[in-house]
Design a protein around this ligand. Structure first.
Ligand SMILES: C[S@@+](CC[C@H](N)C(=O)[O-])C[C@H]1O[C@@H](n2cnc3c(N)ncnc32)[C@H](O)[C@@H]1O
Length: 198
């Protein structure tokens, strides 16, 4: 089937006031693993334009907290939202100073980060793997024991290594392809449940 930028999920996101169709991927992951709980502290990496933050904030309620970081700014008011318990930072995750991870340790780290695609599948997959390895490094420092991670990964030659690095840190892990992932995409999500203590 040809690529359709205005597919079913795009139309549904527009109708339901989500800033991106990606919202439904986190929604599906959440329904299965309940990674986010009311009142939790969440770090949302690669959060722009903000649909995962919207989904997370709905679950977190007023007692929860969300820190969002992306190379690009997030403007929740574009979706008619004002969230006092969310703070967004424009920053590259590879160079973000430690003190910017406010409210750490987190209960959940989400990463929907994706490299800018180059047209070379191998380059894109390698960059995606690097992003995931950085996220896992951050889980060592910023995720409480028993906490969960959700990260996007472009499947390629190094995917097994990322999976093994997740397995060593979490009591269980799952590879999952939500229905909302476009057919032509090679992305999947890695979910690490219950971080092992150091
Ligand atoms: C698919 S989008 C995320 C969509 C978002 N989860 C949502 O639901 O609105 C991927 C994002 O990853 C971000 N990103 C990629 N590399 C990054 C990096 N090194 N540091 C921070 N953000 C990064 C991009 O700027 C982009 O906004």
């Amino acid at each position: 089937m040809a690529y359709n930028p205005q597919d079913h999920y795009f139309k549904m996101a527009k109708k339901e006031g989500y800033l991106a169709r990606s919202a439904y991927k986190l929604d599906e992951i959440q329904k299965r693993w309940r990674v986010i709980r009311a009142g939790a502290k969440v770090l949302d990496l690669g959060c722009a334009p903000g649909s995962w933050s919207q989904v997370a904030l709905k679950i977190l309620g007023p007692k929860g907290f969300l820190r969002g970081i992306d190379l690009k700014p997030v403007d929740l008011s574009a979706a008619g939202l004002r969230a006092n318990n969310a703070q967004f930072l424009v920053s590259d995750i590879f160079t973000t100073p430690k003190e910017q991870f406010i409210e750490a340790p987190y209960d959940v780290i989400l990463s929907d980060m994706a490299p800018q695609t180059t047209g070379s599948a191998i380059t894109d997959q390698t960059r995606s793997e690097e992003l995931c390895m950085k996220v896992l490094e951050l889980t060592d420092e910023l995720l409480r024991p028993g906490g969960h991670v959700v990260m996007k990964l472009f499947m390629g030659g190094g995917a097994k290594q990322v999976e093994l690095a997740t397995k060593s840190r979490f009591q269980s892990h799952h590879l999952f392809r939500p229905k909302g992932v476009r057919k032509e995409s090679f992305e999947i999500y890695l979910i690490g449940v219950n971080r092992r203590p150091n």
